[in-house]
Design a protein around this ligand. Structure first.
Ligand code: GLA
Length: 385
């Protein structure tokens, strides 16, 4: 649905005018599963996301229409008390945001809303963070909450933890709120310091290939996080001050090899390797050495696949094909278990790579391979009407 249609739909259903807001999805160049380990991430907002029309309604129920969902399942009504959690899964994101804002003391009152998105669902581009961010940003503005940008990102993260069952890190919500056109952002997830990196790799393009394996993060994601925390607990018995894997070294990890399961050990090893890769990539970006950036992306993929265990056949296939094609860098992006690969491709290779990979993929898996060319956009905004 176009942005103006969101507004029209709001007027048609609720008979008054809604303010229009937008929050984007994100990509992440490198630094995967590092955020909840206190490490670095390197995301950017994309020019796709969720648009919402929202206005207070003076009633004791919120009324929300998810315009992209089939009629019959696209409407939710709920109050703002903790016991009012709506039954629709999609609505629990919005309800969670309201509750988390209330917990911060924001005087949220009931509202009407219509929302629609163009960020593909379950593709590892953080459609859920876009949904949380657009409501957090809008409601904070409408009800004069005074919550700052990090506060809003944390509202989205807490919504995932407390209302959606995903113990995620801060990366996705951070990227959605803080995004800046043409820039990637390096975020230190321990100190929350961040820096914008203009990203304009001359001669290269970033291309996403959507495996269409629907990724819903839940238990498997939470288990990875628990593995990391378990290893930290063992290391911390020997080393004061180790609070997350960010504080740990490979030597410390070796010391606990016989105390933790092989699975947990390998997951922690991946995180330590990834920590080093992100820093190497930062240097390489400053020097404009995209070939090195690309090599690190491949290493990340195989670490995620073999050590962290969050890839799948389709994603491995896509990364193998990219390597055979001489693509500079390729890896699964986001939480894993499906979704997209992110590919750093020399311009002259793009067309043929996309075409051939699409054909190979369809021959092997029996369905199309959606392709998105990445354009890095701004974070949450109130749109001009
Ligand atoms: C999901 C989570 C993020 C992050 C990534 C993996 O997108 O929401 O917090 O952990 O997975 O890097």
């Amino acid at each position: 649905m176009e942005r103006t249609e969101v507004k029209d739909c709001f007027r048609k259903h609720f008979g008054h005018e809604g303010g229009l807001y937008f929050s984007p999805g994100r990509i992440n160049l490198i630094g995967e599963h590092t955020d909840y380990n206190g490490g670095f991430v390197f995301p950017g907002a994309v020019d796709k996301g969720i648009t919402a029309a929202i206005a207070p309604n003076g009633l004791d129920r919120c009324r929300v229409i998810a315009a992209d969902i089939d009629e019959g399942a696209n409407y939710a009504e709920f109050g703002l008390d903790e016991s009012d959690k709506p039954s629709q899964h999609w609505a629990s994101y919005i309800f969670g945001v309201c509750r988390e804002l209330c917990k911060l003391g924001v005087g949220v009152r009931c509202f009407d809303a219509v929302f629609s998105g163009d960020v593909p669902l379950g593709a590892g581009m953080s459609s859920s963070a876009a949904l949380e961010s657009v409501f957090a940003f809008a409601l904070n503005g409408i009800f004069d909450g005074g919550v700052d940008k990090f506060g809003l990102a944390k509202v989205g993260q807490a919504t995932e933890h407390n209302y959606c069952g995903v113990m995620c890190g801060i990366m996705d919500q951070f990227a959605s709120v803080f995004g800046k056109k043409g820039c990637l952002m390096r975020l230190d997830c321990r100190s929350l310091e961040y820096e914008y990196f203009p990203f304009d790799p001359k001669g290269y393009r970033l291309i996403l290939l959507n495996s269409c394996v629907k990724h819903t993060l839940g238990n498997e994601y939470n288990e990875r996080r628990a593995s990391c925390e378990n290893v930290v607990a063992h290391i911390a018995r020997r080393h004061n001050g180790v609070e997350t894997l960010r504080d740990a070294t490979h030597e410390m990890l070796d010391e606990v090899k016989n105390e933790v399961s092989d699975t947990d050990w390998r997951r922690a090893k991946y995180v330590l390797d990834e920590k080093e890769r992100v820093l190497t990539v930062c240097d390489a970006l400053v020097k404009g050495d995209y070939e090195l950036v690309g090599r690190k992306m491949y290493e990340t993929h195989w670490g995620l696949s073999r050590d962290y265990g969050v890839s799948c056949e389709e994603l491995d296939f896509l990364v193998e094909k990219a390597a055979e094609y001489g693509v500079t860098g390729s890896r699964l992006m986001g939480g894993g278990f499906g979704g997209c690969t992110i590919n750093l491709v020399r311009e002259e290779l793009c067309e043929a790579f996309v075409k051939d990979t699409g054909e190979n993929f369809a021959a092997r898996f029996g369905h199309e391979l959606p392709v998105y060319s990445v354009s890095i956009g701004d974070g949450s905004v109130k749109l001009q009407q």
